[in-house]
Write a protein that binds this ligand. Structure first.
Ligand code: ADP
Ligand code: NI
Length: 225
């Protein structure tokens, strides 16, 4: 097997060091899973494997939730990329993918999208975005929901708090809800938002698994199972 480009080894070390301490669902293991799935999707949609892997590794580095400010996040990412000497065209593709990968970014842009159609997504963005969303689904997705909920101290379920639909970004980040509601507020919406046929196929299978889980959860809640 040929040796991996040095830039990928450096990106991995950089991200590992930055994310080591995070308990909010963005640890390095999330990055590892997103990278593996993004590379699998990249083989199906013609995305460049090195740029896909780089974008997957770096996709959460500039996340505002993991930085003192959005500017600080962007600066950290830019400083890393400055040090790699990545050629400008490739760098622009990686930066664009990282910037546009998050669900929040798309929600925030949704009003603008009505006015002007969004720029087409590169194959690398499509692969990494699908992989990032898929990591919120399935068995891992369920585990992450309750891990996040525990971290935030929110109830796993409360029949008196109904799911909030049609959220803008602020309501999505703030506001009180439950872990169970998160399935309805976000996770069950994701399969309609996949970019690639393979991403959609995996999303549909993970979606069904979560529906079965919730069905059983509610049955047990009611003492029916
Ligand atoms: P991203 O940065 O990929 O948009 P988030 O920070 O929104 O991800 O979510 C990280 C993980 O925590 C995901 O698995 C998501 O499902 C879960 N999560 C996010 N918000 C909530 C919530 N309010 N309740 C339960 N789980 C949540
Ligand atoms: Ni992510």
């Amino acid at each position: 097997m040929p040796e991996k480009p040095l830039i990928l080894a450096r990106a991995e070390a950089f991200v590992r060091a930055r994310l080591e301490a995070d308990a909010g669902g963005h640890d390095f293991h999330h990055i590892h899973r997103v990278r593996a799935l993004a590379l699998r999707i990249a083989r199906s949609n013609g995305a460049d494997p090195v740029l896909t892997e780089l974008a997957a590794l770096l996709h959460d580095v500039a996340d505002p939730k993991l930085n003192p400010s959005p500017e600080a996040g962007r600066r950290a990412l830019a400083e890393f990329l400055d040090g790699t000497g990545l050629e400008p065209g490739a760098r622009a593709r990686v930066e664009d993918a990282i910037e546009r990968v998050s669900f929040g970014a798309e929600l925030a842009g949704s009003v603008a999208v009505l006015a002007a159609p969004a720029r087409p997504k590169s194959p690398e963005l499509q692969a990494v975005q699908d992989a990032d969303r898929l990591d919120a689904l399935g068995a891992i997705g369920i585990a992450r929901v309750f891990a996040y909920g525990g971290h935030k101290g929110q109830a796993m379920h409360d029949p008196e708090i109904p799911p909030r639909v049609g959220l803008d970004q602020q309501a999505y980040r703030g506001g009180k809800s439950t872990s169970l509601n998160h399935f309805h507020e976000k996770l069950f919406l994701l399969k309609e938002r996949m970019n690639t046929p393979l991403g959609r196929e995996i999303a549909e299978e993970r979606h069904r698994y979560m529906e079965a889980f919730l069905d059983r959860f509610m049955g047990e809640w009611a003492g029916e199972r």
